[in-house]
Design a protein around this ligand. Structure first.
Ligand code: ADP
Length: 267
């Protein structure tokens, strides 16, 4: 699944919610609003890992949440511009539930549901109408295997997911995201709450997953971005200042602000 973003702008605390056509500078709708994304254009390719980097509060989470229209849930959040997912306009007459099924998300803090490991993974497929036990068993096993946690949990599937370690919980959440067979995996700082060993496991897993998925990851860890990502976008104050091959961005950034950030001079 490929994303093509053109001239995406986003405001919080606007007088309107949702997608707006023809947003003009100085538009009264946005008079007291805060513009969190400014004219963002980029291409996100499948079978690649795209990393979003930059200081806190610069729009990285906002953009990632725009890709599956999570921001629709925020009153006063308005977005203009175009986001095409393959040949479909995500702000067009696309069903939001089917968009969110195709574009899964994993958050910073692992958030397993307070239920068994099995039920966490079966939750999404059940919501989508799959009832047969044998089919659910297959999905649960495949999802946990794909998230590299099957061997650790196969003998305790009926136990609470809350009893797992933080790193295991995060891989469980990745398995849960995979259980509805998405095309895209969005990850918002998925390892920032984890120890180095769990982080390494998730990084290996993400590298494996990119063979089958489009992956977008927000990270504050520059080493992580260089270790796993193919493309990097550097954000500053709502703008994508530089976007390109990770190797180029980290060895020869074109923009001074990007260079200052990745060499640790600010942020
Ligand atoms: P980052 O992921 O780069 O840390 P965010 O996308 O979370 O940045 O935030 C970008 C800006 O938008 C910040 O100034 C933040 O305070 C603001 N913001 C984020 N969410 C909301 C919201 N729901 N309402 C108002 N402002 C928000």
């Amino acid at each position: 699944m490929k994303f093509l973003l053109s001239d995406v702008n986003l405001w919080y605390n606007s007088r309107v919610t949702g997608h707006v056509e023809n947003a003009e500078d100085g538009d009264a709708k946005f008079s007291n609003a805060f513009q969190a994304l400014k004219s963002v254009s980029m291409v996100i390719l499948e079978n690649e890992i795209t990393a979003f980097i930059g200081p806190s509060g610069c729009g990285k989470s906002t953009l990632i949440k725009t890709l599956n229209r999570m921001n629709d849930l925020v009153e006063g959040c308005a977005v203009s511009g175009k986001i095409m997912m393959d040949n479909e306009d995500i702000f067009g007459d696309m069903d939001v539930n089917s968009l969110r099924k195709r574009v899964g998300m994993v958050f910073q803090k692992p958030n397993p549901f307070p239920m068994s490991i099995y039920d966490n993974i079966a939750f999404g497929p059940r919501t989508h109408g799959i009832k047969a036990k044998r089919r659910l068993d297959e999905i649960v096993e495949k999802s946990l295997r794909d998230a590299a946690i099957w061997d650790e949990v196969k003998d305790r599937l009926r136990k609470s997911a809350l009893g797992l370690s933080g790193g295991q919980q995060q891989r469980l959440c990745i398995a849960r995201a995979l259980s509805v067979e998405p095309d895209v995996l969005l990850m918002d700082e998925p390892t920032s709450a984890l120890d180095p060993i769990s982080t390494a496991k998730i990084e290996d897993l993400v590298l494996e997953l990119k063979k089958d998925y489009t992956v977008v990851i927000v990270t504050h860890n520059m080493q992580q971005a260089t270790r796993i990502s193919d493309k990097t976008a550097f954000f500053l104050l709502g703008e994508v200042i530089e976007f390109g091959d990770t190797e180029q961005i980290f060895s020869m950034p074109k923009d001074k602000r990007c260079e200052d950030y990745i060499t640790g001079r600010f942020g």
